[in-house]
Design a protein around this ligand. Structure first.
Ligand SMILES: [Zn+2]
Length: 244
């Protein structure tokens, strides 16, 4: 081998070897998945794991109620929903589930969906990955214990979670992040009539409507809200049904 050829081989070899090294190192670091998560459930890079509304093809809406269960208000709401044969979704707080397991069981028994709203209602956006997963796992376990079923979707308190955290939660727990397209602003002290008008004015196909079943005015607003939505031809489904 001439010196020239030897030199050419030395130059070519590193370039050839560098290809797989480059591929292995590109993109962001993959998120390890739990043993109970198959690869099909892993979100593709850049794919959104956050949902704010349904497809909008059908006149359906999802009523959602956060921050409960509340020992006196949630049962009143359940009566209203049951009388009208409506299914809603409750984003419950884990430590309240632990205090009121029978009520959570009743919510589920009456056909509603139970979602995960963290254990302590902390702002998860500035918590470590470990803390975020711990808040959600602990709540999943409490709901599972109370109802026999684990929540399949989650909503971060204050709607606060980064896209990276949402991907982590999807990868680790198979739970999409569910936000909302209509905020009833029922936590601002609005009257029940204002809450109803706010929802009806913005109602649209596939809407996910944010309410809280810890305010008396929210519960008082529901009969007229439901009536108004029905008059406009909307049907009521759970979040899981809405987002398929
Ligand atoms: Zn909340």
């Amino acid at each position: 081998m001439t010196n020239h050829n030897r030199r050419r081989l030395l130059l070519q070899a590193p370039a050839f070897l560098a290809v797989p090294l480059f591929l292995a190192g590109c993109g962001e670091a993959p998120i390890d998945t739990d043993e109970d998560v198959d690869n099909a459930a892993r979100p593709r890079q850049g794919k959104s794991t956050t949902v704010k509304q349904g497809s909008g093809q059908k006149p359906v809406v999802a009523l959602t109620f956060d921050d409960g269960p509340h020992p006196t208000l949630t049962p009143k709401l359940l009566e209203i929903l049951d009388d009208r044969n409506i299914r809603a979704t409750f984003y419950v707080v884990g430590h309240k589930v632990e205090r009121h397991p029978a009520l959570v069981k009743r919510i589920r028994r009456e056909g509603h969906e139970i979602g995960n709203h963290s254990w302590s209602h902390a702002n998860l956006a500035n918590r470590s990955d470990e803390m975020v997963l711990s808040e959600l796992r602990r709540t999943n376990e409490a709901v599972q214990k109370a109802t026999g079923r684990r929540p399949t979707t989650m909503r971060p308190p204050f709607g606060a979670m980064s896209p990276r955290q949402s991907r982590l939660v999807q990868a680790k727990l198979r739970m999409p992040t569910v936000l909302w397209s209509i905020d009833s602003l029922d936590y601002t002290g609005s009257s029940s009539a204002t809450i109803t008008n706010r929802i009806l004015r913005r109602a649209h196909n596939g809407a996910i409507i944010l309410n809280h079943d810890i305010h008396a005015r929210t519960i008082q607003a529901m009969p007229a809200t439901i009536e108004g939505l029905k008059k406009r031809g909307f049907r009521f489904v759970t979040v899981s049904k809405l987002i398929g």
